[in-house]
Ligand binder design. Structure first.
Ligand code: PEP
Length: 253
């Protein structure tokens, strides 16, 4: 049976408190205007950390069926970790999800799968659902290493105790993120099948963990990408910054 799709927006480092609240409200209005969408999809937005409380407040006030998540968390509960944000802090601010191991964190901040795994363990301990990102660089795909890279990231990033209730996988080929160049439906189908098989080997409740696709998803390519078998939703960067595009992606599905 097909899983309910998760349509998740990663707002990255964009906006002000006011614009974040307006965007959340616009998404909430669009969801209220198309109630049937909520039967087929779950919706999530991940604002910059400082905007989470305002977005949470706006969503709660509106009663919108829109979850809120963080874009990263620390592997520790508290202490001398300047600049970091702990999982309990996200929880306290009203988050239900956290993105971990996004390629921008793996590349720019040098995060390893071992660190992602430690963060995920911590996030699970605090009741957050983790969206664990995996995906190959373009050079790795060109070298025929895409499947090996993703297998390694999956094996290294999922903590003990990860299951369909606390973990979502996001397959994001790095060369497709923010480039306007999405992977082909054939490549997406092959990789999602591969990830599904790897999860099947690793987890007891295999077939039920959601596997999102991310990488230049827009309303006009969403139907082709998100109706592929084993694609259980999307992690959306650029197009999540406009309510019309974000909701347009769900409508296309
Ligand atoms: C992302 O950053 O996770 C992403 C998929 O970005 P974009 O949709 O802009 O490619």
């Amino acid at each position: 049976m097909a899983l309910k799709k998760l349509i998740a927006g990663n707002w990255k480092m964009n906006g002000t408190t006011q614009s974040a609240m307006s965007l959340a409200q616009d998404i909430g209005d669009a969801l209220a205007g198309s109630p049937a969408l909520g039967d087929r999809c779950d919706f999530l937005v991940c604002p910059p950390a400082v905007h989470i409380p305002a977005v949470r407040q706006a969503v709660t006030k509106q009663g919108a069926p829109l979850a809120v998540g963080g874009q990263d968390c620390a592997a520790f509960e508290k202490g001398a970790y300047t600049g970091d944000i702990a999982a309990p802090m996200l929880k306290d601010a009203g988050c239900d999800y956290v993105i971990l191991g996004h390629s921008e964190r793996r590349t720019i901040h040098g995060e390893t799968s071992a660190l992602v795994q430690a963060k995920a363990k911590h996030a699970h301990d605090w009741g957050l659902v983790t969206i664990i990102c995996v995906g190959e660089q373009e050079s790795e795909r060109d070298a025929g290493e895409a499947f090996n890279v993703v297998a390694g990231q999956l094996a290294g990033s999922l903590p003990a105790g990860a299951d369909a209730s606390n973990t979502v996988i996001a397959y994001e080929p790095v060369w497709a993120i923010g480039t306007g160049k999405s992977a082909t439906p054939q490549d997406v189908e092959a990789m999602h099948r591969f990830i599904w098989e790897k999860l099947q080997e690793k987890l007891e409740d295999f077939g039920k963990m959601r596997i999102l696709y991310g990488g230049s998803v827009k309303p006009d390519n969403a139907a082709a990408l998100l109706t592929i078998e084993n694609v259980d939703g999307a992690l959306i960067g650029g197009a999540s910054l406009k309510a019309g595009d974000f909701i347009g992606i769900a409508k296309a599905v």
